[in-house]
Design a protein around this ligand. Sequence first.
Ligand code: UDP
Length: 453
Amino acid sequence: MEVQSESSMRRRVILFPLPLQGHITPMLQLASILHNKGLSITVIHTNFNSPNSVNYPHFDFHSIPDGLSEAVVSVADAVAVMTQVNDNCVEPFRDCLSKLLSNVEEEPIACLITDAMLHFTQSVADSLKLPRIVLRTSNISSFLVFAGTPLLHEKGYLPIKDPLSDAPVIEFPPLRVKDIPVVETHDPVKGQHLLLSMISQTKASSGLIWNSCEEIEQDAVTTLKQEFPIPIFAVGPFHKYFPAASSSLLSQDRSCISWLDKQAPKSVIYVSFGSIVAIKETEFLEIAWGLANSRVPFLWVVRPGSVHGAEWLEALPKGFLEMLDGRGHIVKWAPQQEILAHPATGGFWTHNGWNSTLESICEGVPMICHPSFGDQQVIARYVSDVWRVGLHLEKKLEKGEIERAVKRLILEDEGQEIRNRTMDLKEKVDISLRPGGSAYQALENLVNCIQSF
Ligand code: UDP
């Protein structure tokens, strides 16, 4: 049998991320993983939140107009961004993809990989006879709850009558009614359409990639395989395949690393609510006082614009920072993976975005969970009740509750037990990525699948 040379076997994959930080990062990580496996990479991206191509010299980048309105861009309303990109990008995306497919000088294009939320890309790919594989950047358990939306309506859980209800959701244990993902949007009809299209166009795709693995979500993988009879590749956690590469859209303040260097091992609570969540000024002050009163050293990311009505820290009382006497450090944006890997970091108070949750698990850092919306509510419940690697701040933000939760996690035996369980989960994930592990095998399967198109 004739053995093909490596260059003649080389194939190209086209990736199209959703232009939000929590979606761009895993897509570019996946691109790097596939590049390491010998595939050539082209990234199509919107003008809005375009990735920094300088950090990826081996990839080809193509920008398309997105027509996003100024109102949407200025507040980064996630649902509106998703809806408008799906509405506005059909023609620019089709044009760009057609041009790439007609370029005979490049390696043959094996397939398209797009974010699950970019549902319009399935019909474009179909019309160009190009297989589309989907990347879902959140976890599997929350996806199954989204996919169960019709069932939740049928059983009377939706629309939610009491958003604070502790009643169990029998169909999705251990969720409670208050954990059912709510998609906050000004236009609920469009929000619902977006969700249902995401599910149906994922079912119509040629495969589904996860930044998660069977060791973390065994039961969910089993259910998923029954409900979605397409190839499933649980390849994650992506960021463990190589040293941290920066896909950060904001510049990272590295002063936190030298501040952490001066702190005792496992003594610091790191606080960050990701790239989208915004809070009220009253909540911001409760957090500030809760952290200060705990007397536990804290590193807090306050994104400019993330406190309603404030540019940054103006709402803090005069003299607050001086009073801390170096016990607190506040930055606008941080090198999060490095912080979680730092020996001084003892816990992570998070909104439970999936990237943050996974990054925390991978460093064995226990969490305080305070979800805000959507998949975060499901992920937080899994962190506290299924994997038991975090404490759930169930009630509204109140300084006394915050102080108690921080002390429990960082200073008390209970926190150490949670840390031990987080370390156990981290070890399972590490094994999963090694030869013989499930994520390792899933990646082999994915590459074979791409090569077979
Ligand atoms: N992140 C960061 N610096 C920060 C805060 C967050 O680099 O100061 C990164 C974090 O490491 C993660 C991403 O931003 O990879 C946030 O994604 P996640 O899914 O947790 O939340 P989202 O921003 O989508 O709500």
